[in-house]
Design a protein around this ligand. Structure first.
Ligand SMILES: NC(=O)C1=CN([C@@H]2O[C@H](COP(=O)(O)OP(=O)(O)OC[C@H]3O[C@@H](n4cnc5c(N)ncnc54)[C@H](O)[C@@H]3O)[C@@H](O)[C@H]2O)C=CC1
Ligand SMILES: [Mg+2]
Length: 370
């Protein structure tokens, strides 16, 4: 049962309240007050908001918090049986490690708030080798650090395949925030060094008080269909044989709908007719993007692709069966006899994969006899 939360409406408390321990309803004479239980999620959200706004509260939370460690933006992972987990370190352990690695314990101030447990244990991330001061010897010490920490610092692109969804999301957010702070050390107006608040939810220029907030770049990703086929494309930077949905950064001032129309016209020379929002995803590569995924349809008969080779290496229509075969392929990197690489699709951690699966399901249902 969820904990009982503070009274929502501030009624006077002079009355003797008998509060049922279970449904949180208090009675007084004939009227009764209802304590709406604040869900765990809401209290967690409000707690994190308070830590972002109140430096003293955040400093206090560090005392009992847990720290996730990074080295040059690669998270520390430990293997336990068949899975990889990111270990947590207390403030005391972290200060001991910093001293052992010859770093100033003040480096704790470079940590960023990344979340909290349901019991309001705050979670922080710290990179042991990012900004100038620590990086020279810290990069040399990486093997010793891994020995001491009984783990390895793993490139996030690889780590995401090994982590569960919760840890993958937490470490992606942590890396994005650590990278943002490292890249925004100075005010773009005064040139003065900016100062991070304790939680790392903003940076402020002490001279002109400009506040800088961590940014994500909005990216639209669209699976275009003509009713029976879906359109997939590849860039030369993609792994051999891999095709994905069309994607593109929103231009300033553009709505999602306008960006989807423009990207499809720009990349494959088609005009979309209808568009439907699907889902969104934080994508940390190469920098922090907010992927906004949509399905779109083109007018039947207006399906001739004109590939923009400045942006794409190839684009084509794929049938339902071809896509189902590709989704099942688990050895995509093996070259075929003729030297070509088989057609394969992004892994399930990429929202492109979800869009494609949704299309397969939708076209399977629509092809079922009514
Ligand atoms: N999670 C997923 O399923 C997928 C994610 N993506 C991601 O979507 C992003 C956009 O895909 P692209 O086709 O490359 O975009 P795109 O089609 O907009 O082309 C990239 C070009 O956009 C311009 N651009 C505009 N704003 C930019 C910004 N804020 N940052 C970087 N470049 C900017 C640059 O000239 C760059 O060369 C990429 O970062 C890619 O990693 C792409 C496909 C699948
Ligand atoms: Mg693109």
């Amino acid at each position: 049962m969820e904990n009982v939360y503070p009274l929502l409406n501030c009624f006077s408390l002079e009355e003797e309240l008998t509060m049922s321990l279970y449904c949180g309803i208090a009675f007084r004479r004939k009227s009764f007050w209802c304590y709406r239980l604040l869900s765990t999620y809401i209290t967690k959200t409000r707690y994190l908001f308070e830590l972002k706004e109140d430096d003293d509260a955040c400093k206090k939370a560090q005392q009992t918090g847990a720290f996730y460690l990074f080295h040059s933006l690669a998270p520390l992972l430990q293997q336990s049986e068949h899975q990889y987990l990111p270990p947590q370190h207390s403030l005391l352990e972290l200060e001991r490690l910093l001293r052992k690695f010859g770093q100033d314990t003040q480096r704790v101030e470079d940590s960023v708030l990344i979340g909290c447990s349901e019991q309001h244990e705050a979670w922080f991330a710290l990179d042991l080798c990012l900004n100038g001061s620590s990086s020279i010897n810290a990069s040399l010490q990486k093997p010793e650090m891994e020995m001491e920490l009984k783990g390895s610092f793993v490139d996030l692109r690889k780590a995401l395949f090994w982590l569960n969804v919760k840890d993958a999301s937490l470490l992606s957010t942590a890396q994005a925030l650590l990278r943002w702070h490292d890249a925004h050390q100075f005010c773009s107006r005064s040139g003065q060094p900016t100062k991070k608040n304790v939680a790392g939810s903003k940076r402020v220029c002490p001279s002109n008080k400009i506040i800088y907030y961590p940014q994500m770049a909005p990216v639209v990703i669209t699976l275009v269909s003509d009713g029976t086929r879906c359109l997939l494309a590849r860039q030369s930077s993609f792994p051999k044989g891999m095709y994905s949905a069309l994607a593109g950064f929103c231009d300033i001032g553009e709505s999602v709908e306008e960006a989807v129309r423009r990207e499809v016209a720009e990349e494959v020379g088609l005009e979309i007719e209808r568009l439907q929002y699907s889902a969104s995803q934080h994508w940390p590569f190469p920098n922090s993007s907010l992927m906004i995924a949509c399905h779109a349809t083109v007018k039947p008969g207006q399906t001739e692709i004109q590939v923009n080779f400045r942006e794409l290496e190839a684009a084509a229509w794929f049938s339902h069966d071809e896509v189902i075969t590709a989704l099942k392929r688990n050895d995509p990197h093996t070259q075929q006899q003729n030297g070509a690489f088989p057609f394969w699709l992004p892994p399930k951690l990429a929202i492109a994969n979800q869009l494609i699966k949704e299309w397969v399901e939708k076209s399977t249902c629509s092809s079922l006899p009514a």
